[in-house]
Design a protein around this ligand. Sequence first.
Ligand code: SIN
Ligand code: CO
Length: 374
Amino acid sequence: MDYQLDLDWPDFLQRYWQKRPVVLKRGFKHFVDPISPDELAGLAMEPEVDSRLVSHQNGKWQVSHGPFESYDHLGESNWSLLVQAVDHWHEASAALMRPFRFLPDWRIDDLMISFSVPGGGVGPHFDQYDVFIIQGTGRRRWRVGDKVPMKQHCPHPDLLQVEPFDAIIDEEMEPGDILYIPPGFPHEGYSLENAVNYSVGFRAPSGRELISGFADYVLAHELGSHRFSDPAVQGRDCPATILPQEIAGIRQMMLDVINQPDHFEQWFGEFISQSRHELDIAPPEPPYQPDEIYDALQQGDTLTRLGGLRVLRIGDTVFVNGEQIESVHQQALNSLAHHSVVRQEDFADALDDPSFLAQLAALVNSGYWFFGDE
Ligand code: SIN
Ligand code: CO
């Protein structure tokens, strides 16, 4: 299914992106759910899939984590099943993220899908990331409040909520409606009937994650071996004192480690092209020989990218799931980065180069691309 999003992107970016929430009425016209509630419930029974059940009764909240063995104990109201990164496990659902690729791939995270019965929801809360919440089957009332400093509390150890808030958006969403919420705006979805919601979530690294990720790279590549030196060390009244210029020197030393553009780019490409959620990797058995890949593509077979695999470009370098891919065949690399399905003509003459064909075979044999349509 090819989802067509009816949105004026430049206008949306200027007025709403990271600024304020908005309902995009009928963002998807004639919306058809890519997955059924039964299929979603089935996914939440798989051990690799990250899922939770949230319920409440008389103001008391309960959270349990998948994999689930049965749903028999659930009543007809006040619960919601939430499944993370469904795009990694369900190709048809992954198609729902593609219309959002006006925004850069590196900022997009995953597709979370929820199924709620009447009264179901996770309660009032805010998130750290931008999200587009698409209404699928059913109607759900969504309320969004203004971004003001708010105290968070935990009605259950696994649930972070905020106090009730005044709504700046209060809308009963219908299939195909989209609610965009920037980080920090409190919101709550309250189901009026059985309802499915699709959340296209974004990713925004924190300074802490960046420093920690860069530190790992520095260690792995044995960078930063240069030591502090002070040929012009100064005396001081009290030997216990560290002088401001010494602090400045230390700070500069650390900045110098970061300030190596080639390493910095390579680190960031590796770092940001890693998925935050498990991938459904199933390497082909037996592995393909490069000439088999060549023949299949010549015959018109297509290669499909594994759902959730991150393929990103910095300049002429492409990063796939944390690894740098180098090649002189820029057009072929660009095709791999740009399209979720690639075919022979996307590779131009790169397929005639045995070294490129070997790289492509390695990617297929890693389970990152597979033959067949979605
Ligand atoms: C949902 O219940 O579908 C979305 C939960 C959220 O607001 O993050
Ligand atoms: Co939320």
